[in-house]
Design a protein around this ligand. Sequence first.
Ligand code: BGC
Length: 756
Amino acid sequence: MDCRSLRSPIISLLISLTFTCAAQAQQPPSSHIQSLARAAGATAPPYKNTALPVDQRIADLLKRMTLEEKATMLSGSGWMESAPIPRLGIPAIKMADGPLGVRSWVGSSALTSSSSNPMRVETTAFPSGIAMAATWDTALAQREGQAIAQEVKALGRDMILGPTVNINRVPPWGRNFEGYGEDPYLAAQMAVAYVRGVQGEGVIPSVKHFAVNNQEFERHRVDVKIDERTLHEIYFPAFKAAVQQADAWSVMSCYNKVNGEHCAENAYLLTDVLKKEFGFKGFVVSDWASTYSTAPTVNAGMDLEMPGGPPAKAMLARPQAQEQGSSGTWLTADKVLAEVKAGHITESTLDDNVGRILRVIIISGLMESPHTQLGVVDTPEQQKTARDGATEGIVLLKNEGALLPLDPNRIHSIAVIGPNALVARTGGGGSSKVQPKYAISPLDGIRKRAANKIQVTSALGVGMEGENPAEDTPEARARDLKEAIDAAAKAEVALVVVGRYYKNEGEGFDVKTMDLPAGQDELIAAIEKANPHTIVVLNTGDPVTMTKWLDSTPALLDMWYGGQEGGNALAATLFGDANPSGKLPVTLPKKFEDSPGAKNYPGENLVVHYDEGIYVGYRYFDTKNVEPQFPFGFGLSYTTFEYSDLKVTRGTNKSPGEVSVTIRNTGKREGAEVAQLYVHDGHSKIDRPAHELKGFRRVELKPGESQTIEFDLDHSAFEYWNPATKQWTLDPGTFEIQVGASSRDIRLKAPVEVPR
Ligand code: BGC
């Protein structure tokens, strides 16, 4: 028995009278524990009785709380903590930023060491969300959620501020790297897995940012004008799935306005959709300093304003915060009480808000045992999860003449070049940025893999735009480029790692252009001229323009931001220890203007119209026949796969489409394929995209091996959101099931008749 699983302090106390955790051999029989628990339950107030239903415990607690205590719980008690009510043993919820690992932070609520000194927190830097989405591996996303939650607990915190599930609408969004790409179904599956992993550890996730936070430009003030169908089909599904499939305990609202109202006081979003339509039972937390009123915010469905308390007030009052549009604190006990007394907030509303926070505190187990600093972080298992994510997330985009994988027995020299080759660029900037103990750059990873058998040389080629302005002179640029060309010319293979870094791609700002930062296009072209065996590696979250060099690039990989293990993952892929299996979770356009949201970005006079509607990503490219640079779902392998035997059977009303297909590894290497299922509706009464992703399976196959995979499609796979009836609607008739290796590489098709 794990002693820590004995959550109730009363039970623990009683048990410790008879035996200690160290003396596990002398455990009393479980019936004895149960009778002790019953005894504890009998004497303790109902809200402390873990045997009672959660609703009863909440009701009991609410009865015991004063109005003032209830009002206190609506606002944080610091930068990263909710307010505790010590009289009743209600703990603070101690939060940690994420979602790509536990962020190190200073200031109020910073982690402290035993001597109370602020502690430098070094945790595992997991791959970016977009890299995880490229794995299409929900089991791995769940492992990642679990690993992060274990680190949260080990650091004595209770909640991780993630996952980020906002849709990648336009290439320049500064936070595209945090989320799961452009498709609502894929994002939903990844979100569900992450949330399950986190909650399975008794840690609270926060699914963010609800809703339509798809640009950083003027994120505090911009008003998104969007129709309800687009919200339901594109921007809500990941939140809905996290709530309905994973029973998510908390959702974070976002900064921007939606159809005229700030998200934090948007009753349509928070109450009508999230709480009523989706049936969300947890609490809504505001994004940091995104509230602008008291009664309207509470009445709209906001449960917990963050941050709060004197330290937050002081920070938000700083001119810098004001300039960024920070709003101050609005749900403080005095302000809430005044509104209750004035009759603008009813007590039952307050009970609902507080009850939601209590529910999560109770069901997560925090009421009995808030997490204390118990454990170690960055364990070998956590590192492995990070490495697996980074490896599976790498997408092989081009491999002419089978330049890859490199044969370590035949290659003698490699030149590793570029602004992202010598430094590990683990993630983008902002609140998701993790400080790891170590981070493997591409050069580190390649050197380690090459051991002493392959000569590895390196050169910067060009500095990262803006990183070292003092060294950015015409002479230095000419010298760096020449060094790189020389290194490339002398080596058998050249590798150029390009991209951005956390200061030009991150939270709080959008990237200025889809073009690579200054000098990188020229670097690639020069290296390709010097060495025909040049491999280009993209190390960014946002798409980049490739037209200037792609035609003469024999091999291209996208490693995104791969976290601390990115360099090892890249080396394993280059040398064929790992066979690339990542698939694009986002369409890579040829140029920014091709992307559907481009015409309506970033808006005018603080208003952005999502006029492209549901035509986001491949829904637009594939329907309007716009040629992308690389399509959604695309990714090559060192082996090949054959699709056969598509069988579609008309199932029951509940499960109208049962689909099976056989995938065979027809090449010479073991590898994994992500088979994607799209549904095409050719008869609907309403305009629909050419097809929509409704299922995927990742299969690992040895050479010659085959596997039959199955998809069980329910009604939702065929429905659209009908603006006239405001309902999900199915137009019965013949749909086409398409199964393939990308949205533009459909290998098999078959009709299915779907009844009402
Ligand atoms: C971000 C959130 C983050 C919060 C706390 C906000 O600026 O948008 O994603 O969790 O800060 O750091």
